[in-house]
Each structure stands twice: as C-alpha cells, then as structure tokens.
Design a protein around this ligand. Structure first.
Ligand code: ATP
Ligand code: MG
Length: 113
C-alpha cells in the first residue's frame, strides 16, 4: 500500500478530479495548503537575492492506494495538473503500513479498495 500525496495548483483541481475519476480512483482527501518549491514562492528576485520564502496557495491531495493503482493514480494527477509551467506541483509517494476501515474493522488492501 502506498500513500500518494500531491501538491497542485488550486485551479487544476477540477481537471485532476476528472482524470482520477476516469482512472477509477474515487477516494481522496483534499485540503487547502500553503507552500513553495524551488522558486521560494517568487518568480522574480529582488536585486538577485531572495531573503525569505513566499508561501502560495496550493491544494494537497492524499490518496491511499493498493500497488496496482500507484502508477494510474500518478499518471492521472500529472495529466490533470501539468501545464508545463513552474509551480505545476509535486507528487510524493510513501509506503503505507496499515489502513483500517473503522466501521468494519477491515484492514490492509480490503480497507483501501
Ligand atoms: N521538497 C519539498 N518538500 C515539501 N513540499 C514541497 C517540496 N517541493 C515542492 N513542495 C510543495 O509542492 C508545491 C509545488 O511545488 P513546485 O511545483 O513549485 O515544485 P518545484 O520543485 O519548484 O518545481 P518547478 O520548478 O516546476 O516549480 C510547493 O508549493 C510545496 O507546497
Ligand atoms: Mg516551483
């Protein structure tokens, strides 16, 4: 099991949701976030030097998946979120030890799927 965490541009959320739906990924958590990447939140520098970071509004998507859905999920996010510009976002994939559906007590892949 893996936890896929994607940071995307807010205006790309509808496109990413559509692509995930097309790839049969229907479970997700979406939160508003602040963040910055390698541009430190700026696209221009002041006298060539940036002294601080500038946090920009981002959307954070979390999706727990079984192995067979890892690549389709990543591809769907990229398809929906990519414009080719800086700030398009990032995807992090982490190992997920356990998943438990509280209502039934199911664990592991049963609980995710
Ligand atoms: N190394 C990181 N650790 C934690 N969060 C990150 C990291 N890199 C990016 N993020 C998050 O992802 C968001 C989008 O990052 P962004 O797309 O700007 O990455 P980038 O590495 O600067 O690539 P690009 O040059 O294409 O802009 C950031 O605003 C931040 O929330
Ligand atoms: Mg960036």
């Amino acid at each position: 099991m893996r936890l896929i965490i994607a940071m995307i541009q807010p205006h790309k959320l509808p496109d990413v949701k559509k692509e995930l739906f097309n790839s049969k990924v229907h479970k997700m958590t979406v939160t508003n976030a602040l963040g910055c990447g390698q541009q430190k939140g700026f696209t221009e520098t002041y006298r060539g030097i940036i002294h601080e970071v500038n946090l920009l509004k981002k959307i954070r998507i979390e999706i727990a998946v079984n192995e067979d859905f890892v690549e389709p999920t990543i591809e769907a996010i990229i398809k929906g979120a990519r414009s080719g510009n800086i700030g398009d976002g990032k995807i992090f994939v982490v190992d997920l030890c356990e998943s438990i559906r509280i209502r039934t007590g199911q664990r592991g892949s049963e609980a995710i799927g």
